[in-house]
Design a protein around this ligand. Sequence first.
Ligand SMILES: *[C@@H]1O[C@H](CO)[C@@H](O)[C@H](O)[C@H]1NC(C)=O
Ligand SMILES: *[C@@H]1O[C@H](CO)[C@@H](O)[C@H](O)[C@H]1NC(C)=O
Ligand SMILES: *[C@@H]1O[C@H](CO)[C@@H](O)[C@H](O)[C@H]1NC(C)=O
Ligand SMILES: *[C@@H]1O[C@H](CO)[C@@H](O)[C@H](O)[C@H]1NC(C)=O
Ligand SMILES: *[C@@H]1O[C@H](CO)[C@@H](O)[C@H](O)[C@H]1NC(C)=O
Ligand SMILES: *[C@@H]1O[C@H](CO)[C@@H](O)[C@H](O)[C@H]1NC(C)=O
Length: 431
Amino acid sequence: MDLIPFLFVAKHRSVDVVLILILLLISITCFASPAYGFDPLDPNGNITIRWDVLQQNDDATQDVQLSIVNFQLFRHIEFPGWRLSWRWPGDEVIWNILGAEATEQGDCSAFRGGQLPHCCEKEPVIIDLLSGTPYNKQVANCCRGGVLSSMMQDQGKHLAAFQMHIGSPSSNGSTLGLATSFNLGIPGYSCGEAFQVPPTKFSEDQGRRKTQALATWNVTCSYSQFMASHAPTCCVSLSAFYNETIVSCPKCSCGCRGQAGAQCVKLGELPHVLQLQQNEPPKPVVQCSDHMCPIRVHWHVKLSYTQYWRVKITVTNLNYVKNYSDWNLVVLHPNLRNDTGMFYGIQHYNDMLLQSGKNGNVQTEILLHKDPGIFTFKGGWAFPRKISFNGEECVMPSPDDYPRLPNSGHFDAQTTSSMILLLFLLLLRVL
Ligand SMILES: *[C@@H]1O[C@H](CO)[C@@H](O)[C@H](O)[C@H]1NC(C)=O
Ligand SMILES: *[C@@H]1O[C@H](CO)[C@@H](O)[C@H](O)[C@H]1NC(C)=O
Ligand SMILES: *[C@@H]1O[C@H](CO)[C@@H](O)[C@H](O)[C@H]1NC(C)=O
Ligand SMILES: *[C@@H]1O[C@H](CO)[C@@H](O)[C@H](O)[C@H]1NC(C)=O
Ligand SMILES: *[C@@H]1O[C@H](CO)[C@@H](O)[C@H](O)[C@H]1NC(C)=O
Ligand SMILES: *[C@@H]1O[C@H](CO)[C@@H](O)[C@H](O)[C@H]1NC(C)=O
């Protein structure tokens, strides 16, 4: 599968319609078959934890750098972010840490009377620091509050790093044992064991100086939507200019109204003030609906021109307790170049999908070329094959229910030659 993502889109909050489409320059090729990944749109997606031994000291301690790299194309890690933990094989301890914080709640008896290290438990938990951290406690790529962007959205912020000075009171001179049982502390992710890989090469002083780690291990963590939550979190509704039927999200897509434990707020009512635990993602409090999803994506086939057709996509946040920052939408449709398109908000403009309410939506319109040979309004062809929001697959209506073309077929394909999706550069209509 090839992807041409395009940056995208939307409706300004105070302006009636603003439409901006910017062609993104990246093209990514994914070469695996959908069979072995959890996510067919991103079969190789993973988060890799890299353990680089930077220095072996005379006192049998080591300086180590850990990097957490988000190799997932569409899924990002949002607040409250990662909380990395692992198990030491022996009595290793973290004497000092830069760019993150290690919790101290373990058995520190071995060090009573001596100098207490930063962290002295068998299973440390490392938490990221916030961006305002003093410079003397920072390292490169640290301190983003545990947040990692997806690879496609922000190449610079898809990794996190911190450094530790580690040792073991019982080993002198011998190498330190390798940690096991890594856990990112984010629901849905599970990590494998560490395996040794060729040492990382670092480039310093803007490439003038090259250094190399003494040894490097990688741990791969993968995501499963099933493990993260048993219920989907997003659904799709459909409509078209040629039929007045609006096909809503399938009933009980994300939960059933009235079901035990299903909490919802009726339209127009205000949700109870919620007592949120710090560092705990809020449980969705959704607007009552037949689908009970926190996110609804509406695909409207809006217009047909001679050579083009137009689609309006609206993403609505029905969750009263969450602003979705750095949201993204991935659409699979045969008319998009290479089948797949990625949409996301413009920074400082609509990259935040606000909580349920009158501003809780973002919209875009896309103009698609009527490719000869494949384009048709018949048989529901104009509707997406698959949609995912923030990497979570959305529940689609059954193809049997799609808005049907009236019997006369005069809306059908026009001829032209290119396979290319046309992107608007700028079109503004401000009311
Ligand atoms: C993790 O993702 C990277 C980047 O896509 C890929 O090169 C690597 O093979 C993946 N690792 C595994 C174990 O799948
Ligand atoms: C290492 O340990 C041995 C015994 O366990 C001890 O005799 C030796 O002095 C130690 N060396 C150092 C450098 O601490
Ligand atoms: C180890 O992880 C790094 C990410 O920091 C990645 O670039 C590299 O390809 C990985 N090596 C292997 C053999 O998976
Ligand atoms: C969402 O963002 C708005 C505007 O920045 C803010 O007023 C609101 O409190 C935020 N809601 C949540 C749940 O964080
Ligand atoms: C998708 O784009 C790649 C180059 O980015 C090209 O090689 C491939 O033929 C294209 N596939 C389709 C179906 O357009
Ligand atoms: C519109 O689509 C619905 C759902 O497929 C179908 O039942 C209905 O007959 C269609 N209306 C017209 C006028 O074709």
